[in-house]
Design a protein around this ligand. Sequence first.
Ligand SMILES: Nc1ncnc2c1ncn2[C@@H]1O[C@H](COP(=O)(O)OP(=O)(O)OP(=O)(O)O)[C@@H](O)[C@H]1O
Ligand SMILES: [Mg+2]
Length: 261
Amino acid sequence: MKSPTAPDNRNTTETETLSPDTAIRIDRVTVRYRLPHERIHTFKEYVIRMLRGQLRMIDHLALRDVSMEVRRGEVLGIVGRNGAGKSTLLKLAARVLQPTEGRIRIRGRVAPLLDVGGGFHPELTGHENIFLNGALLGLSRAEITRRLDSIVEFAELRDCIESPLRTYSSGMIARLGFAIATDVEPDILLIDEILAVGDEKFRAKCAGRIRRFRDAGTTIVLVSHDMHMVRELCGRAVWLNKGRVEGEGTADEIVTLYSRA
Ligand SMILES: Nc1ncnc2c1ncn2[C@@H]1O[C@H](COP(=O)(O)OP(=O)(O)OP(=O)(O)O)[C@@H](O)[C@H]1O
Ligand SMILES: [Mg+2]
């Protein structure tokens, strides 16, 4: 079933109504998760309860009537407490999740860095995973081959690039993900907290690359609990609180407000 915001028709119909200065437009978006009211241990139990009409569900609103705009070329920070809806918002922008209500319009090629190891396979080597992940980001085999060296070099993983990914630490996986997603030169880069697992030196290197992207006009949405990083890298920021937009302003203003709350 196709909804009006299905990914395959957005480029022709949806972006036409976007102003040229807008990279992402989120209009009155609500995301509702339906969860079983009590703990159900097996799938069989789930089906039996469903057939008997004994399945009591509760609705959980991860995002409530959220509207916001990401302007082209800006670095927007998203801050908020655990469970505020930040990752849900990025999943919508990456189109791995459809909203329950509202609509999302996006202009440009999106490279999502949503979770450590997302778009990777643990049994494949780092080398093979670059091809897998690159393909998911829309690169051809020839393009990935051309970029291979610079990806491995940036990730600083030359010594273990032929080992299976399951032998990597989470920081090493995050490095590889960041190196691939930023090598593809996306129009829009979505980063969900994955830099947090990198060591200090690698975080500084990522921050440098984000700054260069910013200077080159790439649009970046950065979810982070690191207020220092938000202040340093982001121009604007949005504060999400229990699924709602609590504040929106310059990164300095929002970090100050959020830190006081
Ligand atoms: N797949 C899911 N099924 C049910 N509820 C979910 C699901 N994913 C998220 N939620 C709920 O939606 C709300 C928002 O979650 P989300 O992951 O967006 O928060 P977050 O702001 O990214 O938090 P954190 O800072 O911990 O990463 C939470 O209450 C969470 O429990
Ligand atoms: Mg999250």
